[in-house]
Design a binder for this molecule. Structure first.
Ligand code: ADP
Ligand code: MG
Length: 699
């Protein structure tokens, strides 16, 4: 197949600005741009004109259907395809697509999680066009990014609150900029999500029910080699993987996704893809799309892409880094220190807003990444700890410290920094000390939130982050707008924020036991280790107050989300538990029994031939394996009982707690014995491919 050149290929399946500008009448184009850039209201005649052009464009690219593409709370995207065809009187068909079909759809909402919203409201829901995220063609279908709400207007998706949180931040950030004499039209947040994943051979995958049902291995003894040699990280990319990446890049580029860097990660078979950053809303849609396309392209290459946070015990799991910043409509990054004293003071104020937001709403950030899968990573010495803290690097920390104490900064110029008067000492982007153990690190002109799991939608954490930063900014604007002397008030405000929130700043090793002690005992930071620990905090009064006051969520929506997230946790682990029971009863125990039979038969035959043979190997293996089958049977019964007991729980919170305290420990216990048996039995008798085969089968 002839390969198209990249600039030509890029965005060829997207109804993007280039297409809109060339095909829409000038006034329609201007009006739509205003909606996209400044969130202006969409006029009806605009929708009608856009729909007609979109249809013609899509049909010319081979599309036969259209769909409202949305992100229900299942965490994956949803679509329902409708054909463009409509009968024409002459017996043929015409291709139809109206403005009404573009702006609104009515999928049956009743099968999507609503966390109780359905009980009180209508079952139907509707989808509404989000013109800020370009429509695209996938599999001959025109996909229109949409928000998904109930008829009463409650958000049933991740996009709606994300857009609301961006609005909230926009409102407050503009107030701040005005104080610095800047009339920004719009402040938006941007995100570059770095995506980790595993690639394994499809034939191996298909032999593992645990991977098929749960996306992760529930059993498996350690292979002789894991990641200890550090030979995979940034290593040469294997030919089969390179072909996959090449194919993937092209698919992503067609969809206008700026896939930029790719490399091998720490664990064997683990890789990473990072795009160039874009507006949060768009970045979220594209990350969902990226995950979908990765899985599809992998299959084409005879492989399976695992997006689970912890597909394999004993080697690193997969996360996602959410690089985040704020910028005005002309691209000015508000987290870049500027050249003049005023710009520096403004930078420091935005920096403080983030620091305060992370401190005040640690729990919201933590719970925004809480899932059953991610619980395996956070705090497991491979990913940031469950404790949220901020890394600023030594120089910036020293600058803040000097401001806090009103002491001369010991940098080059040695002077007391008066904000708004003196310019900030230049500090270098901390390249030497890129602290990988920090969950929330400042990296020169953006913050990198590293606690996300690889399969998480990035919407969740950005909703919380935007809202929390909007809240800090609101407080600052309230103070500064009424201030007599702006510079003095600003200085006082920034000093106050540093003093009050310095407990969240930590440049040390986040993986160490001492940090857990210090963070929780001395600094009073929260350490919410699991999803059932974290999620209920969504309904803490201070969190409800903040999110409701910025119109990011209604209280009803928060209750429903808490319910859905906990339900999701429970269902995930329950499926894992049942899969374990199934594998043990149907495969592992019978396999061990077969092997025991072989050993016993061998022993008695050997003995019948010669009484000099000791049969030490056969007998000792048989004895240990026989003991292990007893343990395994007991443990599987324990697990079955623990799963059965869940049915007696009254609330989803109680169920989730019983899963955390009872089911998961029993799953781990069961696994331990099965994995020990794997080390003793012959490979030939073992019913499933080993870790070695799974991790090293792609070359
Ligand atoms: P690394 O973390 O490997 O040093 P980079 O810093 O270059 O890599 O970027 C990592 C991710 O951060 C990329 O997706 C990049 O586009 C994104 N990024 C860079 N600048 C910004 C910004 N101002 N806002 C949001 N994301 C950004
Ligand atoms: Mg990074």
């Amino acid at each position: 197949m002839e390969k198209q050149n990249i600039p030509e290929l890029f965005g060829s399946m997207v109804f993007d600005d280039r297409v809109m500008r060339s095909c829409l009448p000038a006034d329609i184009y201007q009006s739509l741009r205003k909606t996209i850039d400044e969130n202006a209201r969409l006029e009806e005649n605009v929708a009608e004109a856009v729909a007609a052009q979109m249809r013609d464009w899509a049909v010319s690219k081979g599309a036969t259907h259209f769909t409202h593409w949305f992100q229900p709370l299942t965490g994956v995207t949803a679509e329902k395809h409708d054909g463009f065809i409509a009968p024409s009187p002459d017996g043929g068909v015409i291709m139809e697509f109206s403005g009404k079909e573009l702006i609104k759809g009515e999928p049956d909402a009743s099968s999507f999680p609503s966390g109780g919203l359905r009980a009180t409201f209508e079952a139907r829901g509707y989808t509404a066009w989000d013109p800020t995220s370009y429509a695209f063609i996938k599999d001959h279908t025109l996909c229109i990014p949409t928000a998904f709400c109930s008829y009463a207007g409650d958000a049933l998706d991740k996009k709606t609150p994300l857009l609301r949180s961006m609005q909230a931040l926009n409102r407050q950030a503009k107030r701040i900029l005005k104080l610095f004499g800047k009339d920004a039209k719009y402040v938006s947040t941007s995100v570059g999500p770095e995506q980790e994943y595993f690639l394994i051979d499809q034939k191996m995958f298909e032999k593992r029910p645990d991977l098929i049902y749960t996306g992760r291995t529930l059993f498996g003894a350690m292979p002789p080699k894991g990641q200890e040699l550090d030979d995979h990280y940034f290593g040469a990319i294997k030919p089969r993987v390179a072909e996959f990446m090449d194919d993937l890049n092209r698919e992503l580029w067609k969809l206008g996704i700026l896939a930029k860097t790719e490399h091998n990660e720490v664990a064997p078979a683990q890789h990473e893809l990072a795009p160039i950053f874009s507006t949060t809303n768009v970045a979220t849609d594209k990350n969902q799309l990226t995950m979908e396309i990765m899985q599809k392209v992998a299959r084409r290459h005879g492989m399976v892409c695992l997006l689970h946070e912890k597909p394999f015990a004993g080697v690193n799991g997969s996360g996602k880094h959410n690089n985040w910043s704020m910028a005005t409509e002309d691209g000015t990054n508000l987290l870049s220190p500027g050249e003049t004293p005023y710009e520096n003071a403004q930078f420091l104020l935005f920096l403080c807003a983030v620091i305060q937001a992370v401190d005040d709403y640690q729990d919201l950030l933590r719970l925004s990444v809480a899932t059953a899968g991610n619980d395996h990573r956070l705090g497991a010495n491979e990913a940031p700890p469950a404790i949220i803290s901020v890394f600023l690097g030594d120089e910036l920390t020293a600058i803040l410290d000097a401001i806090k104490k009103d002491e001369p900064y010991q940098g080059r110029e040695k002077k007391v920094i008066k904000l708004g008067v003196h310019s900030l000492p230049r500090f270098s982007r901390d390249t030497t000390d890129r602290n990988r153990t920090s969950p929330f690190a400042f990296t020169g002109n953006k913050f990198e939130f590293r606690s996300l799991g690889s399969s998480n939608s990035i919407a969740c954490c950005n909703i919380m982050l935007n809202a929390a930063v909007a809240e800090s900014l609101k407080q600052y604007a309230d103070i500064l707008e009424g201030a007599g002397n702006f510079e003095e008030s600003l200085h006082k405000l920034i000093r106050g924020v540093i003093q009050k929130h310095e407990r969240i700043l930590f440049n040390g090793n986040g993986y160490s036991e001492e940090w857990v002690q210090e963070a929780t005992q001395v600094r009073g930071l929260s350490n919410l280790r699991t999803t059932p620990d974290a999620m209920p905090h969504l309904l803490d009064q201070k969190n409800v107050d903040m999110l409701v006051s910025h119109r990011v969520f209604s209280e009803t929506e928060l209750h429903s989300r808490c319910e859905i997230m906990l339900e999701n946790y429970c269902k995930t682990v329950i499926i894992e538990g049942h899969t374990m029971v199934d594998m043990v009863r149907k495969n592992y125990l019978p396999a061990i029994e077969d092997y025991l039979y072989q050993l016993a038969k061998t022993t008695s035959m050997m003995r019948s031939v010669s009484d000099r043979v000791t049969c030490n190997y056969e007998i000792s293996t048989m004895e240990r394996l026989s003991d292990l089958t007893d343990y395994i049977l007991d443990r599987v019964k324990d697990l079955e009982k623990a799963l059965e007991d869940l049915k007696g729980k009254d609330t989803v919170l109680e169920t989730s707690q019983a899963i955390r305290d009872d089911v998961i420990p029993k799953m781990e216990h069961l696994r331990k014995h099965v994995d020990e048996a794997e080390m003793l039995a012959s490979e030939a008798c073992w019913p499933f491919p080993s870790y070695g085969k799974l991790l090293f089968s792609v070359y």
